[in-house]
Design a protein around this ligand. Sequence first.
Ligand SMILES: N[C@@H](CC=O)C(=O)O
Length: 364
Amino acid sequence: MSEKLKVGVLGATGMVGQRFITLLENHPWFELTTLAASAHSAGKTYEEAVGDRWKMETPMPEFVKHMTVLDGDDVENVAKDVDFMFSAVNMPKDQIRAIEERYAKTETPVVSNNSAHRWTPDVPMVVPEINPEHFAVIEHQRRRLGTTRGFIAVKPNCSIQAYTPALAAWKEFEPREVVVSTYQAISGAGKTFKDWPEMVGNIIPFISGEEAKSEKEPLKVFGHVDAERGEIVPFEGALRITSQCIRVPVLNGHTATVFINFGKKATKEELIDRLVNYTSQAAELGLPHAPKQFIQYLTEDDRPQVKLDVDYEGGMGVSIGRLREDSIFDWKFVGLAHNTLRGAAGGALECAEMLKALGYITKK
Ligand SMILES: N[C@@H](CC=O)C(=O)O
């Protein structure tokens, strides 16, 4: 019998679902056994259900082509044979909150890429390198849900991944005012150039809901666990973030340009040192998708570049460059992270790996 944990993907036919599938092929700890999607796809083979909407750079893995897609709403049936689920489901937020809780209540942990539960106070929203201690609220969440095993954990939005790791590395210098502009790839909207030709040579200065996520989600990531209330309390210090989020004609890779003030003075050498020497429990645990080095600093004036740097550490690392003093703020820099790997399915997969390593996800 396989020692691997059996996992299902809810929302398996969409772009993030497809990314989960490519990442789970030959995963050393997890075996993808169940695919679930809308009633429209249910009963079809995965190959039929996806049709010509396969959007990954690599071909559809052979092992999923003939798997039968289940109806994601048939929760008991989908959950019965898996140890946990990934959620990449795409439906109205209140319905996502409800269906993810229904899965958790079947005693099936849910690791979600979706934003629906990010502000549920007892749902941890984790970047494994930054705030794994937030998983401690799971025991409170389980009490609320009446489960012994089931729970929901989420990862934060892709847009914050290009700058929040730097803020984490510079915690001792007390980041205060932060002004961010994000330049977001079209895969963040689930698109390729084939299905969004209007984006060739274009920029769209609006991404619905993205600025609020970019400004607020880092505050939950930097928050603390209030053990009495059983909640994550968002960071209450002097850090304030304002942002503009722009869609740009790039397939994969969200870039952020950032201006920042600190409460404590830092030299350029100190700032770079803290980036490149950032260590975390995720790396120490040897999680399959944890980058060996979370943050690289690039000294060339024209880096990070999407084409050269987006796949750093298999798309799970973060690239920072152009750190320099500013005439209005203390410092400015540019960050880059892969939005569908570090920022979406890869980030959720690494969360699941950490949850397994810490004993929150086990065999049923
Ligand atoms: N909403 C983002 C995707 C991040 O998860 C985007 O549109 O790029």
